[in-house]
Design a protein around this ligand. Structure first.
Ligand code: A2P
Length: 382
């Protein structure tokens, strides 16, 4: 591997540092906390379990429960037998991680699940049957008709359907940030078609992928062989146009999730969605180049004005170098969905282009789940 000039080396060193930091619980700074409800004055408290408590999303769920003063009475971190007995910290106290296979879910009213689809397939119905409402961050139930798929800024009313099976699905990370940005434009002008290309960070794959990017980067700098295990090819200094399995139609499942989930969350099956999803060597934060064709003409200025007042959105759109959001510098560790590069599509009379960036572990997973839990307790469980 050769570097063209010193700046590249500095950038790469920064990546290695970020990777090292990623191994620990992240000291997230929350500059924006778009709470739907103020939890601090709530008198009722809830027993909460986090399944996948030792994972990248589970750890962030625990820190966000704390940051947002979610009214937790008893707290139960759950994982597999592999990490049962280890400790996680919550509100200044160490809690022992419990083996989910031995856990009695009737002890909880709320379960935040993020341990993979097959784990949710086994334990979410058991938890729900025991009276624990599950907010599931996996793909297991997202397309089930009787399970709501919720982004609080877009379709909070759908949470009411949780009563059917006791499970609420949290959408895919790339879908969440896109629909948060598109909902206000859809409400104003309709959307006929979405063309989207994603640039997704490795943390979306989990802790092993964060370590793989870190280790490959170190290997390249120290002239060692690059080993890949999590991804099918080297991810360091590379881009892989492949996320999740390939489908018969040539799209990947991650791409089809963006199609199915967008239509379900927006409650409009007529929206055409054409995604290409790619994995990039970024630790935290997904970016998306989103191109939409609206039903009625919407100017860039109108779109900007709508997005400036949209819940959960921060517009960062100055037409100058650096006047746009990036994953590592703006989105990582923050709550909002950032939108920049808003412009009219020169190739289509009703086309708009934009650049949408958000922390995939926070708004794309843990934060969205906890925002759902906040609405659940405020409107349905209190
Ligand atoms: P464990 O530490 O016991 O493996 P990530 O997405 O960062 O890889 O994290 C995955 C999370 O899901 C971890 O907390 C992991 O726990 C948990 N997990 C994985 N498989 C299982 C399983 N079969 N049962 C329970 N938890 C699981």
């Amino acid at each position: 591997m050769r570097f063209a000039h010193g700046l590249n080396v500095i950038a790469c060193a920064a990546i290695v540092n970020c990777g090292n930091r990623a191994g620990a619980v992240l000291p997230y700074l929350v500059l924006f906390t778009p709470k739907f409800f103020d939890m601090s004055g709530m008198s009722k408290t809830y027993d909460v379990c986090v399944l996948g408590a030792t994972g990248a999303v589970g750890e962030t769920m625990i820190s966000i429960l704390q940051e947002r003063s979610f009214p937790v009475r008893n707290f139960y971190p759950l994982a597999s037998s592999r990490s049962a007995g280890t400790k996680v910290e919550f509100r200044g106290r160490d809690y022992t991680v419990l083996d989910v296979a031995k856990f009695d879910f009737s002890q909880c009213q709320i379960g935040l699940f993020s341990a993979g689809a097959s784990v949710s397939a086994e334990y979410a119905p058991k938890a729900a049957a025991a009276g624990c409402v599950v907010i599931d961050n996996t793909s297991q139930f997202r397309q089930d008709k009787d399970i709501p798929l919720v982004v609080p800024e877009v379709n909070p009313h759908a949470i009411a359907q949780y009563k059917q099976r006791g499970i609420i699905a949290n959408p895919n990370c790339s879908t969440i940030q896109m629909v948060v940005a598109l909902k206000p434009l859809y409400d104003e002008a309709g959307i006929e078609r979405i063309n989207v290309a994603t640039y997704q960070s490795v943390s979306g794959t989990g802790k092993e992928a964060i370590e793989e990017l870190s280790e490959q980067t170190r290997a390249i700098f120290t002239h060692r062989d690059v080993v890949h295990d999590v991804y099918p090819k080297q991810i360091a200094f590379n881009v892989l146009p492949h996320i999740d399995v390939f489908m018969d139609n040539g799209y990947t499942k991650e791409e089809m999730k963006m199609v199915w989930e967008t239509q379900k969350i927006m409650e409009d099956d007529s929206i055409l969605v054409n995604p290409t999803t790619a994995r990039v060597p970024v630790f935290y934060g997904h970016s998306e180049a989103v191109h939409i064709e609206t039903t009625h003409k919407l100017s860039a200025a109108q779109a900007r004005a709508l997005l400036e007042k949209a819940p959960g959105v921060v517009v960062m759109d100055e037409r100058k170098p650096g006047g746009y959001p990036t994953p590592a510098l703006e989105a990582a560790g923050k709550d909002p969905v950032y939108v920049g590069r808003i412009r009219e599509d020169i190739s289509h009379p009703r086309g708009l282009d934009m650049w949408v960036v958000s922390d995939n572990i926070r708004k794309g997973a843990a934060l969205n789940s906890i925002q759902i839990a906040e609405i659940l307790i405020e409107k349905y469980l209190s």
